[in-house]
Design a protein around this ligand. Structure first.
Ligand code: IPE
Ligand code: IPE
Ligand code: MG
Length: 250
């Protein structure tokens, strides 16, 4: 980990941002409300949400977005009713089984960010199998945030740095932004350029606290299961209109 490639904390100021984001992160929210509107159980909303994820992945391919990170389950979501949690875990396993071939066909590598050890062993095993099977794909990355919390990620990074410092392997004075970034869950992944949240909520809910420090945010009223390729294109168009400054003068 210590030698892992570190990402620069802030991109070079003044450099115009490419029109297409390299990394899009999505807070896929609104599955429950979508189901409620139809008088269906929440799990039906989550199932429809999985289809929306398939569409988003296809949209990334069509637009040339290299990394897609999706918030699928937060560290806080464990408080949900057991039936919903087990249903979501089952859905995740089904998604991996059904869509693995798509990942191979399109050269997409699957990765996970979060405390993967919290997941049920069978889900974890399936994730690890698909991650291993896709690890050499280089055309894109699908990153599932599972049992993910931004604060947990930063706390885990701090603990890892502290352990090295206590063992005399690391000088505390040498701990800078790059050192912290190097201990995050996926240190080689560039920070998200664009962060989308569906369902009208305008908050981060503990998603990518460190990585999103200079992301462009797009909030939409559309509920996640209704989010289609045109909504994705609209978010990209909004992103292309933004001027990113990274602290430099306008
Ligand atoms: C997002 O949809 C999916 C997860 C958090 C797993 P929600 O389940 O939060 O849907 P709402 O917000 O209740 O509508
Ligand atoms: C955030 O949505 C987590 C995911 C989308 C997985 P939540 O629905 O859990 O967020 P809050 O509770 O409304 O902030
Ligand atoms: Mg929600």
């Amino acid at each position: 980990m210590q030698n892992a490639k570190t990402k620069s904390a802030t991109p070079t100021a003044g450099v115009p941002s490419p029109a297409v984001p390299r990394h899009v992160a999505i807070i896929m929210d609104g599955n429950g409300r979508w189901a409620k509107k139809r008088g269906q159980p929440r799990l039906a909303g989550h199932r429809a949400g999985a289809d929306a994820l398939r569409r988003a992945l296809r949209a990334c391919r069509n637009h040339g977005v290299e990394y897609l990170t999706v918030y699928a389950f937060s560290t806080e979501n464990w408080v949900r009713p057991k039936l919903e949690v087990t249903g979501l875990m089952r859905l995740l396993k089904t998604f991996l089984k059904k869509d693995e071939h798509e990942l191979h066909e399109n050269g997409v590598r699957l990765r996970v960010t979060g405390r993967i050890g919290d997941l049920p062993p069978a889900v974890r095993a399936e994730l690890e199998r698909v991650m291993e099977a896709t690890k050499d794909h280089t055309r894109g990355q699908l990153i599932l945030a599972l049992s993910y919390g931004g604060r947990a990620e930063i706390a885990d990074a701090a603990r890892s740095l502290a352990a090295d410092a206590a063992a005399g392997r690391l000088d505390p004075a040498a701990i800078d932004e790059a050192a912290v970034a190097s201990r995050l869950y996926l240190p080689d992944v560039p920070d998200p350029d664009l962060l989308i949240r569906t369902s009208g909520e305008c908050r981060l809910s503990n998603f990518l606290l460190w990585e999103a420090s200079y992301s462009e945010f797009v909030f939409t009223e559309v509920l996640w299961p209704d989010f289609g390729e045109d909504d994705f294109a609209a978010a990209l168009a909004e992103y292309a209109r933004r001027q990113r400054r990274f602290g430099a003068p306008s």
